[in-house]
Design a protein around this ligand. Structure first.
Ligand code: ACO
Length: 430
C-alpha cells in the first residue's frame, strides 16, 4: 500500500492535488472525482484495469499472492468448513450467522424456492432447444413482474426479500430450464432438503422413480458454489451494479448480470473449456493445440487459462484441482477428457509463452470437468455459475443501495469519430 496521502498532477500550468484513498487491504486509489472540474481532463482506462468503480466491503482479491477473502475469511477455510448457503448469508449480511440465524435463513430460502406457475408457462414459450442461459436470463428478469408489490427499494425489508427470492428461485428456474429442454416435467422444490440437494433433486429426479442423492455429488457441488459465490467487481457484478445504479429493480439488475456472465471471456468459459477439450479429443493432440493458442493469427485461445486479476495462481483453481481428482476417484469416473486436461495443463505450465504472460489454469478449467462427472450437461455449466454468483450479485446490489457515495454509473469516452460536418442529401452523396 502506498504511504502517499495525495498525489499532485501537473496539467499545463496547473498543479492539481488529488487525495489518495487507503483501503483496508490492497492498492491505494487516487480519487480523481474532482479532476475534470479542475482541469477539464478525463481519464482513459479501457477495461477498467486501473480504475475502482466503487467502495466495497464484501470481497478482497490479491491477484499476485493468490488471495481471495469473502468478508475477510479466506476461501480455503470457507471451502473446507462452510456451506454455500452459509457463505450466501455471510456475503449478504457481512457476518457469519449464529445457529438460530442460519436455521431461519435456510427455512426462508427453502420457502421462497417455489416459482409461480405462470413462470413455468413463461418458460414453455421458449423453443425446446433454447440455451438455458437465455431461459434463465429471461425468467429472472420476469420476476420483477411477479413481485412488484415488494419493490420499494427504499424499504430495507423489501430489499432483503428480493435478495432472498433471487438466491432461492434461481436454482428452481435453472433446473426447470434444463428439464424443459429435455422434455421432462419440472420437479417442485423440496423444503426438507438442503440448498444443493434440493437443486440436484429438481435437476435429476426421474418422473417415474425417486432419486437416491449421492452425498459426494452434493458435497462437490456445494464446494463449486462456494468457490464461485463472489469475485468482487468482475464483469457481471459490475453490470449488476451499473444497472442497479439507475434505480432499476434487483431482478432486472441480476438478469443483466446473467447476460454479462454468459460471454466466453467470463462465465461462458467453463462451457468453452469442455468444448475445447472435446475438440482436442486426445492427449496426443495437446501439443498442436498449445502451438495454435500461441499463434496470434489463429485467433484461438486456451479456454480456462489466464485471468484478468490472478497473475500467479487462482486460489480457487488450487482447491478445485484437488476436488476434481477426488470426485473422479470416488465416483469411479475414468474420463479420457481428464487426461487431455491434465496434459494440457502440464504442457502450458512449462511453455515460455504461458509463463511469460502468467497464464495459469483458472477455476473454469477444472469446474467443467467436475460438472461433467456430475452429469451436468455442458450447456448448463454457465447456469451453474450463475446460481452460485447470484449470492455475490445480491450482496453487491444490497451494498450499493445503502452506499451514500453511489451515483448513476456513467463512464466518459475518448471520441474518435468525425468532427462536426453538414448533412448531405441522398442525391448529392458520392
Ligand atoms: N490462451 C492464449 N493466449 C492468451 C490467453 C489464452 N487463454 N489469455 C491471454 N493470452 C495472451 C494474449 O494473447 C496476450 O498476449 P500478447 O501480450 O502477446 O498480446 C496476453 O496473453 C495478455 O492477454 P489479455 O487478453 O490482455 O489478458 P486479459 O487480462 O485482458 O484477459 C482473459 C484475461 C479474458 C481471462 C484471457 O486470459 C482469456 O481470454 N482467457 C481464456 C478465456 C477464459 O478462460 N476466461 C475465464 C476467465 S475466469 C472467469 O470468468 C471465472
Amino acid at each position: 500500500m502506498s504511504d502517499l496521502d495525495q498525489v499532485t498532477l501537473s496539467a499545463g500550468d496547473k498543479l492539481v492535488s488529488l487525495p489518495v484513498l487507503k483501503p483496508t487491504l490492497g492498492n491505494s486509489c487516487i480519487d480523481i472525482s474532482k479532476l475534470t472540474k479542475e482541469t477539464g481532463l478525463f481519464t482513459y482506462d479501457s477495461g477498467f484495469t486501473a480504475t475502482a468503480s466503487c467502495k466495497s466491503a464484501i470481497t478482497y482479491i490479491d491477484g499476485d499472492a493468490g488471495v481471495l477473502l469473502y468478508r475477510g475469511y479466506p476461501i480455503e477455510q470457507l471451502a473446507r468448513q462452510s456451506t454455500f448457503l452459509e457463505v450466501a448469508y455471510l456475503l449478504m449480511n457481512g457476518e457469519l450467522p449464529s445457529r438460530g440465524e442460519m436455521t431461519a435463513f435456510d427455512r426462508e430460502v427453502a420457502h421462497q424456492a417455489m416459482m409461480h406457475e405462470s413462470l413455468r408457462k413463461f418458460l414453455n414459450g421458449f423453443n425446446y432447444d433454447a440455451h438455458p442461459m437465455a431461459m434463465l436470463c429471461g425468467s429472472v428478469a420476469s420476476l420483477s413482474g411477479f413481485h412488484h408489490d415488494t419493490l420499494d427499494l427504499s424499504d430495507p425489508e423489501h430489499r432483503r426479500q428480493a435478495a432472498i427470492r433471487l438466491i432461492a428461485k434461481v436454482p428452481t428456474m435453472a433446473a426447470a430450464a434444463h428439464r424443459y429442454s429435455i422434455g421432462w416435467p419440472i420437479r417442485y422444490p423440496r423444503y426438507n432438503l438442503d440448498y444443493v440437494s434440493r437443486f440436484l433433486h429438481m435437476m435429476f429426479e426421474l418422473p417415474s422413480e425417486p432419486l437416491e442423492l449421492n452425498p459426494i455429488v452434493a458435497k462437490a457441488l456445494d464446494l463449486l458454489f462456494i468457490l464461485h459465490a463472489d469475485h468482487e467487481q468482475n464483469a457481471s457484478t459490475s453490470t449488476v451494479r451499473l444497472v442497479g445504479s439507475t434505480g432499476a429493480n434487483p431482478y432486472a439488475s441480476v438478469a443483466a448480470g446473467i447476460a454479462a456472465l454468459w460471454g466466453p471471456a467470463h462465465g461462458g468459459a467453463n462451457e468453452a473449456v469442455l468444448k475445447m477439450l472435446e475438440e482436442i479429443g486426445d492427449a496426443r493432440h495437446v501439443d498442436a493445440a498449445v502451438a495454435k493458442a500461441k499463434d496470434k493469427e489463429s485467433g484461438f485461445r486456451l479456454m480456462g487459462f489466464g485471468h484478468r486479476i490472478y497473475k500467479n495462481f487462482d486460489p480457487r483453481a488450487t482447491i478445485i484441482r484437488e476436488m476434481t481428482h477426488k470426485v473422479l476417484g470416488e465416483l469411479g469416473v475414468n474420463d479420457p477428457l481428464l487426461e487431455v486436461a491434465l496434459k494440457l495443463e502440464e504442457a502450458a505450465l512449462k511453455d515460455d509463452y504461458f509463463i511469460q504472460r502468467k497464464l495459469y489454469p483458472n477455476v473454469d478449467f477444472y469446474s467443467g470437468i467436475i460438472y461433467k462427472a456430475l452429469n451436468i450437461p455442458t450447456e448448463m455449466f454457465t447456469v451453474m455459475f450463475a446460481i452460485a454468483r447470484t449470492a455475490g450479485w445480491v450482496a453487491h446490489w444490497l451494498e450499493q443501495q445503502v452506499d451514500p457515495e453511489a451515483k448513476i454509473g456513467r463512464p466518459r469516452q475518448v471520441y474518435t469519430g468525425h468532427a462536426k460536418r453538414d448533412y448531405v442529401g441522398i442525391d448529392s452523396r458520392k
